[in-house]
Design a binder for this molecule. Structure first.
Ligand SMILES: C[S@@+](CC[C@H](N)C(=O)[O-])C[C@H]1O[C@@H](n2cnc3c(N)ncnc32)[C@H](O)[C@@H]1O
Length: 302
């Protein structure tokens, strides 16, 4: 199956199982998307395996549902498939409604139909936001004290973050999106998860909301997150949490400086593939110290 390539140390013991592991690991740890051709080239150079054989193993992984071909701006890429049940964090599993999954007692299964809107789990910003929500809800005292906890998800897309927050223990929520298609798909996903009486989807502006929330989530780009800071500060309950995702790692310090200037303490962060998610807690007393220490470390890109 394997042949010796020029100038490469051959690995005669690399089984097809190991080759699958190498392919999946390379895709998982890579910051940028990869084309099938680039993937074949990288692996053949590293292990001296015939490209024809690599192609066939990639095909097997696609057939098994581990990998998927995606199309962006006329180019074909090969990515990890989320068209199956995927554990995103300690408790949360994302899966399409058509796929069955044997959940354990503690598992929180969120069902998302794959449509046109953002939020299937395919993008790192959704995955780290889910980890941020889990951290806020399960590892802080967020749910203590409030009679009825609430969440606001700004830019809800598929509704995945609002659904996850409620599934993890928040009582009720609102999802906002400027895109009518996203609002339609979010409503459908809320129904699939049986949460119609707990989560409402609308296109209201932040300024028109006249209530405060225990948890606010927003997976948006940095300029928008900066712009909506005053509104977010106003509608977060004292002691409440804000989970911001969609931030590039080189934008983090600036965003932390803005959010910790007066009302929030920086509490936690997670990074994946050059993206960061930040968790802030609203203080009950004015912040006197700036917390712009960014500790994020990531797996090295291959
Ligand atoms: C990156 S997606 C996030 C989707 C989902 N929350 C997730 O984490 O996977 C951003 C979504 O925000 C919406 N959006 C962009 N700017 C917005 C704004 N200013 N107010 C409300 N929604 C916005 C977009 O239509 C899109 O659906």
């Amino acid at each position: 199956m394997f042949e010796q390539g020029k100038g490469v140390v051959p690995d005669p013991f690399l089984s097809s199982k190991q080759l699958k592991r190498e392919l999946l690991g390379l895709i998982e740890n890579r910051r940028e998307k990869i084309t099938p051709g680039q993937l074949e080239r990288t692996i053949s150079q590293k292990f001296s395996v015939k490209r024809k054989e690599i192609k066939s193993v990639i095909k097997d992984l696609v057939t098994e549902g581990a990998l998927i071909y995606t199309y962006h701006y006329g180019r074909t890429f090969i990515e990890k498939s989320f068209n199956k049940a995927v554990r995103i964090s300690k408790y949360v599993i994302l899966k399409p409604p058509t796929i069955s999954f044997g959940a354990k007692a503690d598992d929180v299964v969120v069902e998302i139909a794959h449509g046109a809107s953002f939020g299937t789990g395919q993008h790192p910003t959704t995955r780290i936001a889910i980890k941020g929500i889990e951290h806020a809800v399960r590892k802080s005292s967020l749910l203590e004290g409030d009679k009825e906890t609430s969440t606001l998800d700004i830019g809800t897309g598929s509704g995945v973050l609002a659904i996850t927050s409620v599934r993890l223990g928040i009582d009720k929520g609102i999802g906002l999106d400027i895109d009518p298609c996203a609002r339609h798909e979010a409503k459908a996903n809320i129904k699939i998860n049986g949460l119609e009486d707990k989560i409402k989807i609308c296109d209201s502006s932040l300024e028109s909301l006249n209530q405060k929330f225990t948890l606010i989530t927003a997976n948006l780009r940095c300029p928008t997150l900066k712009k909506i800071y005053p509104a977010i500060a106003k509608i977060t309950k004292e002691g409440g949490a804000v989970v911001l995702s969609g931030v590039k790692t080189d934008e983090v310090s600036e965003l932390i400086d803005i959010y910790t200037e007066k009302y929030f303490e920086y509490n936690w962060e997670e990074c994946e593939k050059g993206w960061a998610c930040l968790l802030f807690l609203k203080t009950t007393a004015p912040v006197t110290q700036n917390f712009s220490v960014f500790l994020c470390t990531e797996k090295k890109e291959i």
